[in-house]
Design a protein around this ligand. Structure first.
Ligand SMILES: CC(C)(COP(=O)(O)OP(=O)(O)OC[C@H]1O[C@@H](n2cnc3c(N)ncnc32)[C@H](O)[C@@H]1OP(=O)(O)O)[C@@H](O)C(=O)NCCC(=O)NCCS
Length: 168
């Protein structure tokens, strides 16, 4: 799974009841480096993921997973708290699937959902300044830095925003 063109088949679908164990395994399978950049959930126990799945099922979050044919989750990408004016997105992929072009594909899909299904004016995210790959990708997709914020240490991250509708 090194390039998009050489990619095997995969499935993308919303998170649903019964995904707790696979989601737990996905987060436990991220490397320390990936977890350093991407840690949306402090508690990665199966019990904790019951609440995550519940929020997806009831529509609080728009939460998608990508699965290999064997059923392993290799990516989780989501828009949290969809009723907010400018909801934030998150994305993480297993290390062996990174730098494959798929992050761009999944983010493009999330952006389209925010624009056309959720009808949002804008979407936001935070990214660590040292996370060069993610920052580059977000910038190429049109996100712009709107401020600084703290994640692991003071002001170690950028607040970014993508305008989805032109001002009238
Ligand atoms: C961030 C992440 C979702 C991106 O997905 P991906 O499949 O790896 O990214 P893509 O291959 O689609 O795109 C990466 C882009 O950055 C570029 N890039 C790769 N490594 C880079 C680096 N070290 N510095 C700058 N740019 C880099 C690539 O050339 C590519 O640009 P292109 O589409 O114009 O060719 C994925 O790497 C990941 O899960 N990382 C760990 C968790 C994480 O950081 N999540 C985000 C937290 S904010």
């Amino acid at each position: 799974m090194s390039t998009l063109s050489g990619m095997i088949h995969f499935t993308v679908r919303p998170l649903q009841l019964g995904d707790e164990t696979a989601l737990c395994r996905f987060y436990a399978g991220l490397s320390a480096q990936s977890r350093h950049y991407y840690e949306p959930f402090k508690d990665i126990s199966e019990e904790a993921f019951r609440a995550v799945v519940q929020k997806a099922v009831e529509g609080t979050d728009l939460s998608l997973i990508a699965l290999e044919p064997e059923g392993n989750i290799f990516a989780h990408f989501f828009i949290g708290n969809v009723t907010q004016d400018v909801p934030h997105l998150g994305i993480g992929m297993l290390d062996r699937c990174q730098n494959s072009g798929l992050g761009r594909v999944f983010l493009t899909h999330l952006i389209a959902l925010a624009r056309h299904s959720l009808n949002k004016q804008a979407i936001g995210l935070t990214v660590m300044k040292e996370n060069a790959r993610a920052f580059t990708l977000y910038s190429k997709l049109g996100f712009r830095v709107v401020g600084e914020t703290s994640f692991r240490s003071e002001n170690d991250s950028y607040e970014m925003r993508l305008e989805l509708k032109s001002a009238r």
